[in-house]
Design a protein around this ligand. Structure first.
Ligand code: SF4
Length: 373
C-alpha cells in the first residue's frame, strides 16, 4: 500500500567473524578505510536514488541491519542518518533501529548512538548458554550479552529487541526453557525468535550430515513452550516469530508484513515501492568500487499482489481482514482461498466471515499451510 511514508533499510555488511549458520550478506574483512568508503557509497546511493525518485516519501522508520551495523562509528551512523534526513526527511517520532551484537558496542558507543537519534536497539543474543553459543559459532558469551543489555538500558534505550534461536546444536527443551525464562525476566520490549535453518554455503551447510540437531517434535514443543511462557510474562505474539510487550512491535518490520513501502540501500537490500519490488545484489566488492548493483525490478501483478497480501498478512496474529481484502483487490477471499484454509480449521486456522488467521498451533506449520494456497 503506497503512502507518503516509507521505511528505510540500511545494510551494513561487516561482522567480527562469521557465525556457522549465517548466510546473510556480511564479510569479516573490513578495515577503517573500507568502512569509510562504504559509508560514502551508501550516502551516494541514497542521494542518487532520491534525486531520481518521483513522490519522495518521508521516512517514518529507519533500520540499520546487517551484518553488525555497530561496527561503524557513531559518526558514520550519524552521517548516514543525516543523508537520509536530507534526501527523504525523517519523521518526528520515527522509529530508528540499529542491530548490534554483544562485543560490538560499549556504553560510550551506545550513548553516542542514542544521542544521534537511534531509539531502538536489536541485540543478537540467541541463547543464554555458552556451549550453544559456541556451537553456533558466535563469538560472544552470555555475560557479554548481559553487559550490552545493561549498557543499552544505561545509555537510555527503552525500546530493546533481543534475538533468540531454537532448534540449534546442543540445545534441548530444558536448556531452551532456561533461555526463554532468563530473557523474559530481563524483560526486553521485543523478542524475535528464529528457528535454525541450515543453508547451503554456510559452515553448517557444509557439514549438514554430521550436524546433530533437536528433532522436529522437540522443535515444535520448543515453539509452543516459548509462546506460552512469553504470554505468561505479558508478551503478545503479534507475528509468527515476534513477541512484543505493551504493544512495542517493530514498526519497521510491520511494513514488510503489511506490504507498505520501504526502500533498502547497500548490497543485498530489498525495496518495495509503489507496487514494484527491486533489490541490490550481494556484491559488496562491486559496491565499494562504485558499480551499479541493482539486480532486478518487478512490477507486481494484481494476482500476485493479492497472494502476497495473504502470505504476508497471515504471518500476523490478526491475520486477514476479509472485508478489507475484498475491497482492495475486488476479489472474493472465500472464493479464492476459502477451500484451502477451511481444510485446516479449526485446529490450525480460525476463520469466519470477517477474519482468517492462524491459531497458535497453526503458526508453527504456517509454511506448509501457505504452500497449499
Ligand atoms: S553476527 Fe549476524 S550477520 Fe554477522 S555473521 Fe553472525 S549471524 Fe551473520
Amino acid at each position: 500500500m503506497m503512502t507518503d511514508k516509507a521505511g528505510i533499510y540500511i545494510h551494513v555488511p561487516f561482522c567480527l567473524s562469521k557465525c556457522h549458520y549465517c548466510d546473510f550478506c556480511s564479510r569479516t574483512r573490513a578495515d577503517d578505510e573500507t568502512k569509510k568508503l562504504y559509508v560514502t557509497r551508501l550516502c551516494e546511493e541514497i542521494r542518487v536514488f532520491g534525486s531520481e525518485l518521483e513522490g519522495r516519501p518521508v521516512a517514518d522508520t529507519v533500520y540499520f541491519g546487517g551484518g553488525t551495523p555497530t561496527l561503524l562509528s557513531s559518526e558514520q551512523l550519524s552521517r548516514i542518518l543525516d543523508t537520509v534526513n536530507e534526501v527523504f526527511g525523517i519523521d518526528q517520532g520515527a522509529e530508528i533501529t540499529a542491530e548490534t551484537n554483544p562485543k560490538s558496542a560499549d556504553l560510550l558507543k551506545l550513548r553516542d548512538m542514542r544521542s544521534i537519534g537511534i531509539n531502538r536497539l536489536s541485540i543478537g543474543m540467541q541463547s543464554v548458554h555458552d556451549n550453544e553459543l559456541k556451537a553456533l559459532g558466535r563469538i560472544h558469551r552470555f555475560s557479554d550479552f548481559a553487559d550490552t543489555y545493561l549498557d543499552a538500558r544505561q545509555a537510555g534505550f527503552n525500546n530493546v529487541s533481543v534475538d533468540l534461536m531454537y532448534g540449534i546444536p546442543e540445545q534441548n527443551i530444558e536448556s531452551f526453557r532456561r533461555s526463554v525464562e532468563t530473557l523474559a525476566v530481563a524483560h526486553p520490549e521485543h523478542i524475535s525468535s528464529y528457528c535454525l535453518t541450515v543453508e547451503d554455503g554456510t559452515h553448517f551447510g557444509n557439514r549438514r550430515d554430521s550436524l546433530v540437531l533437536p528433532d522436529e517434535d522437540a522443535v515444535s514443543e520448543m515453539y509452543i513452550m516459548m509462546t506460552e511462557m512469553l504470554r505468561a510474562y505479558g508478551y503478545e505474539k503479534y507475528e509468527i516469530s515476534n513477541f512484543a510487550h505493551n504493544g512495542q512491535v517493530s514498526r519497521h518490520n510491520l511494513k514488510y508484513w503489511k506490504r507498505e513501502d520501504y526502500l533498502g540501500f547497500g548490497p543485498a537490500a530489498h525495496s518495495f515501492f509503489g507496487g514494484v519490488r527491486f533489490a541490490n545484489s550481494r556484491d559488496v566488492e562491486g559496491y565499494l568500487n562504485g558499480k551499479d548493483i541493482k539486480e532486478h525490478s518487478e512490477k507486481i501483478t494484481d494476482r500476485d499482489a493479492a497472494d502476497e497480501y495473504v502470505m504476508l498478512g497471515m504471518r500476523l496474529r490478526e491475520g486477514i481482514d476479509i472485508g478489507e481484502f475484498n475491497r482492495i483487490f475486488d476479489v472474493d477471499f472465500m472464493e479464492r482461498y476459502g477451500n484451502t484454509f477451511e481444510r485446516f480449521a479449526p485446529e490450525y486456522i480460525s476463520i469466519d466471515d470477517r477474519r482468517c488467521a492462524f491459531t497458535d498451533k497453526g503458526m508453527f506449520v504456517s509454511n506448509y499451510i501457505l504452500s497449499e494456497t
